[in-house]
Design a protein around this ligand. Structure first.
Ligand SMILES: Nc1ncnc2c1ncn2[C@@H]1O[C@H](COP(=O)(O)OP(=O)(O)OP(=O)(O)O)[C@@H](O)[C@H]1O
Ligand SMILES: [Mg+2]
Length: 338
């Protein structure tokens, strides 16, 4: 099942700018189609711990990309490096074609980051803190933009409130407003809905969708699989510092439309008889069970004819069951085995 869902990762080749030694050059095509290109990225912390291992990842302009992974997988580390907060040990990151290390200011100005840990100046007003964030990027004042951002995030009526007087969900939205204050093309949301109630989470999804419609590329990390399912155009899974899957959500969901029929046979069989060879059947448990994968969304499942052909072949079964894999199954399986 696992290999079934494993997507080939983007390969990058062909020179654009001379890369640092030991790093694969990036192709022009990869840069044109992707707003972020991560190539051969590794991170070893001072403690000697290897948090990222040869990560290759392209983020397409305008997409919502969800990065899933268990605690400690390396999500925040990866985001921190892409945003220029942490240095890579090996590899290279281009943001809008700009190298995050050698062209930090240009690359960073394209990015808005809502970090996992929220910290704001509790005694500033919403308006002041969001306006100040814009100033940090050296952008001229633009009250109309700040007003739009606050209105989009339903914070307009709180603009004069001190941050300390806001609820947790409102504070999170202030962090998004800060991240959007300098009109970035890319927004990173590191666990935007952790500890957020269901209603607020849905509100957050709405905000993210609206942002995407306005042309912003969004990368979010989450532990909630349904969040990735709901929001993302593409889903990536990271585990122990390695990207183990990158897939279009629709492709993934289509694959999830597959069901598995397991037939528990009355007696073991050594091999499949000739008349069953054209089915995609697998003989398991030393010939005690037959496994048949079929597409619930296809015109025909093939089950009726399979059962008829089994009868013709004299193969009888005691019991049968069907299972449908979910994104959660795939995720758990990937994380357990990678
Ligand atoms: N400054 C640091 N020094 C040493 N190790 C670190 C440092 N920051 C993170 N790590 C380690 O790197 C690994 C990845 O951490 P990271 O914060 O990137 O994980 P994560 O996927 O964001 O996890 P979570 O879902 O809990 O937020 C962890 O094992 C963590 O302990
Ligand atoms: Mg994290």
């Amino acid at each position: 099942m696992r290999s079934y869902f494993r997507a080939p990762l983007t390969s990058l080749s062909g020179p654009v700018q001379p890369p640092p030694p030991g790093v694969c050059p990036l192709s022009l095509a990869a840069i044109m189609s992707s707003i972020i290109s991560v190539a051969n990225l590794s991170k070893t912390y001072g403690s000697g711990f290897k948090a990222l291992k040869n990560v290759n990842l392209d983020i397409k302009r305008g997409e919502i990309f969800a990065l899933l992974g268990p605690n400690g997988a390396g999500k925040t580390t990866l985001i921190s490096i892409i945003c220029g907060i942490a240095n890579p040990s090996e590899g290279r990151v281009l943001v809008g074609g700009e190298d995050i290390q050698t062209s930090y200011r240009k690359a960073r100005s394209l990015i808005g980051l809502v970090p996992q840990e929220l910290h704001t100046d509790a005694f500033e007003s919403v308006w002041a803190t969001v306006s100040f964030s814009r100033g940090l990027f050296g952008k001229p004042k633009n009250p109309a933009h700040i007003e739009k951002v606050l209105k989009d995030l339903s914070l307009w009526d709180k603009k004069d409130n001190k941050i300390i007087t806001l609820s947790g969900g409102m504070k999170r939205r202030v962090m998004i407003a800060k991240a959007l204050s300098h009109e970035p093309q890319i927004l990173f949301l590191d666990e935007p809905t952790a500890g957020v109630d269901v209603e607020l989470r849905k509100g957050m999804w709405e905000v993210v969708r609206t942002l995407q419609q306005s042309g912003v590329t969004i990368i979010l990390t989450t532990h909630y699989i349904e969040e990735a399912e709901e929001m993302a155009d593409r889903i990536g899974v990271i585990n122990k510092g390695e990207i183990v899957l990158v897939e279009d959500k629709t492709t993934l969901m289509h694959k999830l439309g597959k069901k598995r029929l397991t037939l528990h046979l009355q007696g073991k069989i050594a091999a499949l008889p000739e008349n069953l060879h054209h089915y995609e059947l697998e003989l398991c448990d030393n010939g005690a069970t037959l496994v048949y994968d079929y597409d619930t969304k296809g015109e025909r499942t093939g089950i009726t004819s399979l059962l008829g052909d089994l009868r013709t072949a004299g193969i009888r079964f005691n019991d049968l069951d069907t299972t449908q894999s979910s994104l959660e199954d795939i995720f758990v399986d990937l994380v357990r085995t990678s």
